[in-house]
Structure formats: C-alpha cells, structure tokens
Design a protein around this ligand. Structure first.
Ligand code: MG
Ligand code: ZN
Length: 215
C-alpha cells in the first residue's frame, strides 16, 4: 500500500516535470539539476563555472535550500539571475516547486539554468524536475565508498564532478576507486575532477558545457 502511494506521487511529479521541460525547451534553455550531499561544493562549483564562462553562456540559477538565502546571495553577487526556493522541511526539490518559479527567471534571455538541489545524496535522485541532465558533485572528504553506498544517485546522474581534489594529499581516499565504482554502476557517466579552491579542472567542465549546448 505504501509503495502504491509513493508511485502515485512519483507519477504526478513526472507529469509536472515534463511540463517544466516543455517550457524550458520552448525558451531554448538547457537545464542542469545539480545534486550532492551538503557541503560537497555545489554553490562553489556554480560560482567557479559562472566565472569561467564569463558571459559566453547566459546563466540563471534556481537555489533549493530547506531555509535561508545564503546561496542565492552568493549567485546574485555575480550579477546572475537567481531564484531561491525554501522547501521548509522537504529534503529535495520536486517538479511542482520548480513549476512555481518558472515565471521568476528571464528564461527567454538565458542559455542555461542550474537547479541547485537541496544537499542530500538520497531522494533528489528520485524526483525529476524537468532537467535535461542530472549532475552530481562528490567531494573527496566524503570518502571513496559513496558510489556503492548511494548507488541511485550515481545511476541517475549523467555527470559526476569529483570536487576538492586539492585535498587528496591529506586524505586516504582513492579517486580511482570512486571512478571505477561509479562507472560500474553507470557506464555512461561522464566524470570530471575539479578543485573549486584552486580552479583546477573547471576549464575542462566549462568546455564540455559549451560543446554540449552547441550539440
Ligand atoms: Mg549550496
Ligand atoms: Zn527528500
């Protein structure tokens, strides 16, 4: 019975997600659902990406947080259109929350919208919100056991960004294990290694974004 209710919720969510996707694509906007656990560096990645793109792609951001506007303020400081969603108690964004803010971004003027999901390695992977791709960030301090412990997130993501590689000398973690376990769960996942502290690897990721949007 509980499973039945959950699948009805997901069905309803999927219908709204498809509506959102139609709106985004009719405006020519490419949408990335950005997911990770808290503190992995989603907002830092957005800041670095926006700086690297340097206006070559017009970016908008939807920030999802349980409470507060700190992340939206960081994006706003870069002169980028941003909408903050506070979910209250919900630990993920759903398609309806995105639907409600579609009118709050200048979609006609944008090339790409990043939806920064609530920090959580579990249920954000279950809710489509109308994105073109899902991108997840895993930071090295979280450990190299995470792909096998949280497989759905890695299976659902199109892109895995391994962040904080500058900390590797201080940690007993294997980037190779993260990559091989992620690829065993999802052979087509595309992997980037970056440091949002030093900027290493951000150019590769930004280059890939460019080529993806042009394709
Ligand atoms: Mg954040
Ligand atoms: Zn949740």
């Amino acid at each position: 019975m509980k499973l039945k209710i959950a699948s009805k919720i997901l069905d309803a969510n999927e219908r709204i997600a498809q509506d959102n996707k139609r709106v985004f694509s009719s405006m020519g906007v490419y949408v990335i659902n950005l997911m990770s656990s808290p503190g992995a560096g989603k907002t830092s990645l957005l800041e670095m990406t926006i700086n690297e793109l340097d206006g070559r792609l017009k970016v908008g951001v939807i920030e999802g947080d349980i409470t507060g506007t700190d992340d939206a303020a960081r994006i706003n400081a870069l002169g980028i259109p941003v909408v903050q969603i506070n979910t209250g108690s919900a630990c993920h964004l759903d398609a309806n929350m995105i639907n409600e803010v579609l009118g709050d971004l200048p979609l006609n003027d944008l090339d790409i919208v990043f939806i920064e999901n609530v920090g959580n390695l579990v249920c954000p992977a279950e809710f489509n919100v109308g994105e073109d791709i899902k991108t997840m960030v895993l930071s090295l301090p979280e450990g190299d056991d995470k792909p096998l412990k949280y497989p759905l997130m890695f299976q659902e993501s199109d892109v895995l960004i391994i962040n904080k590689i500058d900390l590797k000398p201080f940690l007993g973690v294997s980037i190779e294990k993260i990559k091989s376990d992620a690829l065993s769960l999802n052979p087509s996942i595309r992997i980037f290694e970056v440091s949002c502290k030093t900027g290493e690897g951000i150019d590769e990721w930004a280059k890939w974004l460019h080529s993806t949007l042009k394709a």
